[in-house]
Design a protein around this ligand. Sequence first.
Ligand SMILES: Cc1ncc(COP(=O)(O)O)c(C=O)c1O
Length: 381
Amino acid sequence: MRDVYLDNAATTYPKPESVYAAMDHFSRDIGGNPGRSGHHRSLEAGRVVLRARDALAILLGATNPSRVILTKNATEALNLGIKGILSAGGHAVVSCLEHNSVWRPLEALAPQGVTYTAVPCRGDGYIDPAAVGEAITPATKLLIFMHASNVTGILLPVAEIAALGHERGIPLLVDAAQTAGCYPINVEGMRIDLLAFTGHKELLGPQGTGGLYVAEGLEMPPLLEGGTGSNSRDPHQPDFLPDRFEAGTLNGVGLAGLHAGVEFVMGQGLERVREHTLELTERLTCGLGAMPHVTLYGTADAAGRVGIASFNVEGLESSEAASLLDERYGICVRSGLHCAPLAHRALGTLERGTVRASISYLSTPDDVDYLLECVAALKNI
Ligand SMILES: Cc1ncc(COP(=O)(O)O)c(C=O)c1O
């Protein structure tokens, strides 16, 4: 049986060889704690972190790398931004497609007086910036929008939303979990104030890595206090970045791998990555869209998407279809709600969920064709 992995929106697999090699090298040959001691292993570990941060800053278009805060995933980065800006209460405007890593922190802040408005999407899954403008009130303190939906793959107009926020002096937090590494991002050019990303998806790094870009001039409290290796006599968390937001030992081995992933993506070039993603997405959405027994969610226009397609097969629960694809054909896809019940409510799939197939830069046309062939075969089950 073949072994085809198309669950890259959950986490990419496989990683480039250079990622495995960098993690092995860190674990075997470096081994020190980054930023803690003065010996050569600690200094070398510190340089690994520095290089990862510098590469991420270049990839994201941030002039000052110390404004790229390293976290363990996008969820931690989103919590840092959301709880940082809304710690004293206030209103947020979000999309109706947001992940639980936005929805749950907002709900958890309700006792502090935090409220939010979820902007609905159109039938094709697109969010209209004009609707965002209408949802903003005098109490709005933060706009939170994903860059691409992890359910439909549809891109949101975050640059236009950032412009709306700037007209009113309201910062924008972008959840780039599904775009960093496969879609061009320039935080300064797009005037994004906060951008949360994860290392283990399209940046092709390992799990346990991610980060938050924080624009110059934006003040917020840290989520955690603790050791940084800097100002150790001071009982208070340092007030300079990145130490202010990076308490505790960083994931040195993970960051070695993430650096290799980012270097790989930059070496290929984001244009080439995007071109490859577009080609495979088109193949995937056109193929699924043409099957009468399949319902594809969101627009079939690949240009407005990242490499994600959500669908259902007539007569099968999403979990049944995904299990059949795995057990009969060796294809890994995800089923259910994809941690985004708000998006399923908007799409009308809250009860059934969807089957989600998602590609990475390392996916091939053959992987997509095999999936299409197997989904076609599900018609007769
Ligand atoms: C849109 C979106 N936001 C946030 C997350 C959370 O990312 P992480 O697993 O890195 O915490 C995900 C992961 O699936 C996602 O798809």
